[in-house]
Design a protein around this ligand. Sequence first.
Ligand SMILES: NC(=O)c1ccc[n+]([C@@H]2O[C@H](COP(=O)([O-])OP(=O)(O)OC[C@H]3O[C@@H](n4cnc5c(N)ncnc54)[C@H](O)[C@@H]3O)[C@@H](O)[C@H]2O)c1
Length: 247
Amino acid sequence: MNTGLDGRVAVVTGAASGIGAATARALAAEGCRIVAADLREETVTAPAGHTPGTWVAVGADLSTPGGAQRLVQAAEENFGRLDVLVACAGVYETGGVDDVDDVVWDRVHGVNLRGTYLCARAAMKTMARGGYGRIVTFSSIAAQTGGLAAGPAYVAAKAGVLGLTRSLAGAAGPHGITVNCVCPGIIETPMTAAIDEETKRATAARTPMRRNGTPEDVAAVVVMLASTGAGFVTGAHIDVNGGLHMT
Ligand SMILES: NC(=O)c1ccc[n+]([C@@H]2O[C@H](COP(=O)([O-])OP(=O)(O)OC[C@H]3O[C@@H](n4cnc5c(N)ncnc54)[C@H](O)[C@@H]3O)[C@@H](O)[C@H]2O)c1
């Protein structure tokens, strides 16, 4: 498959860890120039052997308008354009209904939902000038099932991302920009280290593909949504969960 990504400029948030790190590597392997963002710049690692001048690490809190704007500026200042945004940064929460205090609720919504909105809003302005863009947001199977181990703040924020994706897709389409969402199942990353091993084993056993996912499983789908050929797919979500949503 020719993804048409060679020479494109991609911003990936949450690029220090898990799915974001794998996605930044996968897009770089397709020839993208990358702005790799996370809370702290020094935690983001460029792929071994990457071409010098094709990778920039940025430290920013993406739940703030200034942090989101910094990413777009980094793309424009270093590479002169922005073609792809992967809004992957997220925080997890496992509390029960009675455990979620205001601070947790605001943090979980601030990063997962508001942060996605702020990054997409900033990216759309720049992409619209070029009449082209690909935005990929991150929801979760938890938004569909109510959560295996996730708490209500996380489930609600990720359900919000599904609605946000459709709202953005409607506004962005006339500018040549697609906005789509991925809904991972259980993916082996530092985020799911919080889920106990027995729960993870049991989930893998009832998943049709008989395993939990890897960050690369998700990155491959993001590459597909970011490709030039996916230009008539927008406002959609794709489940990346080995069939777990059917069980
Ligand atoms: N791992 C899973 O099973 C799973 C399942 C469904 C959805 N997801 C979603 O996929 C995305 C990636 O998850 P992951 O498993 O790779 O998580 P992870 O914890 O490995 O990585 C998340 C990254 O986001 C960064 N981040 C958090 N808050 C930030 C902020 N305010 N500004 C900038 N960066 C920030 C963290 O520093 C971290 O590097 C998240 O949105 C998550 O909710 C993951």
